[in-house]
Design a protein around this ligand. Structure first.
Ligand SMILES: Nc1ncnc2c1ncn2[C@@H]1O[C@H](COP(=O)(O)OP(=O)(O)OP(=O)(O)O)[C@@H](O)[C@H]1O
Length: 658
């Protein structure tokens, strides 16, 4: 939609042009031009191109009125020179002789707009509109033919390839079934002319405009996509419906929450209609309600780098006793493991992989969990993997964000306990959030673990994560890989990286806490802050263009309501007088311009400029010419805006009466 947001041309005024300008070939005179009166004569009383090839009819000197003094801006004639004053804008100014409307071919005598050479080439909409099919064709044929265009009789809006994919299930709510209409990103957003792209360069946190658009559209598509058919998931559970597993849950890649059987679902909350993530821990029996105290504490924590925890419950709806914890859903989020480490791990080793940092500190859960068998094997070393860690700028960004999240949690008297590449989500460009929080606290609620020791563990797991990301190896600190990993980090990264990683991983450092971490990385914080502010600025710019879109859509809707109303088709008083007539002429002025050869002008800049000026209601005046060219009006955008408002409120009033 930003495509429509930024007009490239500054003026919408009608230009009276010399048809024989140097840079354009002289138009071949068309027969219908020959007897048409030159509008230069009508407006200015004379045509300076009369002897230079102007193809329109110029009356002999005695017929022509005295030329008025020339306006400094020929595009906006003075009101005094116009046949009808702008003050009469609300009066029934003009009743055309013929009220028949034709939309099949634009009148060659409509105002001429010459395309500015600097304007972007108008997008070609023919591809997407040449196959229009109006489904209720019988009804359509009964309508007066003046209201539609035969040439558009075959539009279905979709390319043949796209149409083949139409049978994908779409979200329906629990009981209805609709057919899906998958988004075709190319159809929704044709290539955006560079003039309309807010930014074509990426910033650290925000991708270029076109990429950002694609990412957001994909997210929106994912949110609306339907669960796979035939799943045996509950229809409704604790106010959530439309369950869909995230990720492939089939064997051999069985999902685990560390050593517990776990599945992550997306589901919609019936109260607010928003999608959430529900992480289910299989075969868990809750002994006491007080286990949920941790959920309450976690639900108070709001931090940009932590996936918010919403609620938790136990259920038997999955044919076992499961614990379910509900989190905010980030469509298309990827774990750091998937984003950076998965490709480094051969498929046959993935299932036996030790989750980072948790090999020695798995809590005792046997009393709550029906054992599913050990998933971890230390037998295979990953030492042979080639190092190619992530770029240092991204690494520091992750370090700062994760450290900031840890600080918030530790200050709240909690421990994160899920600092692990498989539990930290990449939710946007270089944006990470720690997920799956609170689960360990529920699972181990009665073990009275020392919170300081758990916080210490957090830092150690953080160190291991840095090692893993730098060495592109989830086992960088285990299986005898430590020395080699240290070498890789020293060779590849600034010594600050090695320092912080070693500090975090150390066991008995006297000042090891998150505040000391911040002292060590303070030099990196400003870069992060600057990039974050740059990202905000970029997004504000993007939003501005979306605001413009909303303005234009509202205006176009009003035009749609007002123009060509079938019930007034034969009532010339409605559409051919007063406000509605001015709106109709304005519509011609905006959309039905033709060039010197009589071809339609589809200059988006002109349309956008006109509509923006109309929405702003500025004082600039334009000349609207009747289709038969027998009269013209000089009106300001402000006056046209008033006409649109009056006509629209007339319609709204009558609709609210019924
Ligand atoms: N809050 C969330 N929003 C969106 N997607 C999420 C969220 N939490 C988890 N996911 C996605 O769910 C999927 C499964 O999560 P899970 O934690 O099981 O990751 P995993 O890589 O499969 O880890 P494990 O190896 O421990 O099973 C991942 O692809 C992850 O991106």
């Amino acid at each position: 939609m930003a495509f429509f947001a930024r007009p490239a041309s500054a003026s919408s005024a009608v230009r009276i042009v010399n048809p024989n300008t140097k840079d354009e070939p002289a138009p071949s005179p068309r027969k219908d031009h020959v007897q048409r009166r030159c509008r230069n004569v009508m407006i200015y009383g004379y045509c300076k191109f009369e002897d230079k090839g102007c193809v329109y009819y110029h009356s002999p000197p005695e017929e022509a009125p005295n030329p008025p003094p020339r306006s400094a801006s020929p595009a906006v004639p003075a009101a005094a020179t116009s046949p009808i004053s702008a003050h009469a804008v609300n009066a029934p100014v003009f009743i055309p002789k013929a009220s028949s409307l034709s939309f099949t071919s634009p009148s060659p005598s409509a105002p001429v707009l010459r395309q500015s050479p600097s304007s972007p080439a108008p997008p070609d909409y023919r591809q997407s509109t040449e196959h229009y099919v109006y489904s209720d064709s019988e009804q359509m044929s009964e309508l007066d033919t003046q209201f539609y265009d035969d040439s558009q009789a075959h539009y279905n809006g979709y390319s043949p390839d796209y149409a083949q994919n139409m049978e994908v299930p779409f979200y329906t709510g629990p009981s209805q079934v609709y057919m899906s209409e998958p988004l075709d990103y190319h159809l929704y957003t044709p290539a955006i002319p560079s003039a309309f792209v807010t930014s074509s360069t990426a910033s650290h946190f925000v991708p270029p405009s076109s990429e950002l658009r694609r990412v957001l559209q994909e997210q929106s598509h994912v949110i609306r996509s339907a669960p796979p058919l035939g799943s045996s998931l509950p229809e409704e559970l604790q106010g959530y419906h439309t369950f869909a597993p995230i990720d492939n849950i089939s064997a051999p890649e069985r999902k685990k929450f560390f050593n517990l059987g776990s599945i992550v679902y997306r589901a919609i909350n019936s109260t607010d209609g928003v999608s959430y993530v529900l992480r289910r821990i299989e075969n868990f029996r809750l002994m006491q309600q007080s286990a949920f105290n941790a959920i309450e504490a976690w639900s108070q924590i709001r931090h940009p780098n932590i996936v918010p925890v919403h609620e938790a419950f136990t259920t038997r709806s999955f044919n076992d006793s499961s614990l379910v914890v509900v989190y905010t859903y980030y469509p298309n989020a990827q774990t750091l493991f998937d984003a950076h480490l998965r490709s480094a791990v051969p498929a046959h080793l993935r299932n036996g992989l030790v989750p980072l940092g948790h090999s020695q500190s798995l809590p005792q859960l046997s009393q709550y969990v029906q054992p599913t068998g050990s998933q971890f094997s230390h037998s295979q070393s990953l030492q042979q993997l080639q190092p190619s860690g992530i770029p240092e700028r991204i690494l520091w960004s992750y370090i700062v964000q994760i450290a900031s999240a840890i600080k918030r949690v530790h200050e709240a008297g909690l421990a994160v306990r899920t600092i692990d590449a498989t539990k930290i989500l990449l939710t946007g460009k270089n944006r990470v959030r720690i997920g799956s929080c609170a689960i360990w606290d529920v699972l181990t609620y009665d073990q009275h673990l020392d919170i300081v020791a758990l916080q210490h563990d957090d830092l150690q797991h953080f160190g291991r994560l840095i090692f893993a990301l730098c060495c592109n190896n989830p086992q960088a600190t285990t299986n005898g890989n430590f020395q080699k990993s240290l070498e890789i980090i020293s060779k590849t990264y600034n010594h600050d990286v090695k320092n912080i990683a070693l500090f975090l991983i150390s066991k008995n450092h006297p000042h090891k806490n998150i505040s000391t971490v911040f002292e060590m990385i303070s030099g990196r914080l400003l870069t992060e802050l600057d990039d974050a502010f740059e990202g905000i600025d970029r997004l504000e710019n993007e939003m501005l263009s979306e605001l413009e879109n909303a303005r234009l859509v509202r205006l176009l809707c009003k035009f749609g309501f007002i123009n060509e109303r079938p019930e007034f088709a034969r009532d010339a008083r409605w559409s051919e007088t007063g406000d509605r007539y001015i709106i109709k002429l304005f519509r011609d002025y905006v959309f039905h311009q033709i060039d010197e050869r009589g071809n339609p002008v589809t200059n988006m800049s002109h349309v956008l400029t006109c509509l923006n000026k109309l929405d702003a209601g500025i004082e600039e005046k334009i000349m609207l010419v009747a289709r038969d060219e027998q009269s013209c009006l000089v009106v300001s955008y402000k006056e046209i805006k008033a006409c649109v408002e009056i006509a629209f409120s007339d319609l709204s009033r009558s609709s609210s009466r019924t």
